[in-house]
Design a protein around this ligand. Sequence first.
Ligand SMILES: C[S@@+](CC[C@H](N)C(=O)[O-])C[C@H]1O[C@@H](n2cnc3c(N)ncnc32)[C@H](O)[C@@H]1O
Length: 139
Amino acid sequence: MNKHSVYETNSFYWGIKGNEFLRAIVLPHYGAFVTEEKHQLFGDVSGLKMLEVGCGNGQSLQYHGDRKAGELWGMDISEKQIEKAAQHLTTCGLSATLICSPMEEECGIPKNYFDAVYSIYAIGWTTDLEVLSARSLLI
Ligand SMILES: C[S@@+](CC[C@H](N)C(=O)[O-])C[C@H]1O[C@@H](n2cnc3c(N)ncnc32)[C@H](O)[C@@H]1O
């Protein structure tokens, strides 16, 4: 598998398709039947430094921002999604550090820094789960 051609295809797909159609899988929804409101997987995020891997257009980051997370960071492979996330969060009066990169690559995200690193329906797109698991132990 040529991972760079997978990155290109994924980035192209998400740039065109976006994730506006995915209402059921952005926070507070984890799918059709599970919600953050009911199950409290994050609980109180106030003051926490949070990183979303594959943040798409920023709707889940917004959910945490609205609940007073201390710092919002997002990364995504699609430049278009990062642009949309920046616009969306600015419109909502939230500030975030957004990075365009494949999740498998080093991209300047600080190590041993975050209180919570999470992904909502993005890790399934990875080309290398082993590298990703090894990196996730560091961040
Ligand atoms: C289902 S959407 C995520 C929606 C987002 N979590 C939210 O709550 O709005 C999947 C996202 O994963 C991103 N993605 C796919 N492959 C990626 C990769 N290798 N590295 C980083 N992001 C990737 C896509 O660009 C897309 O925005």
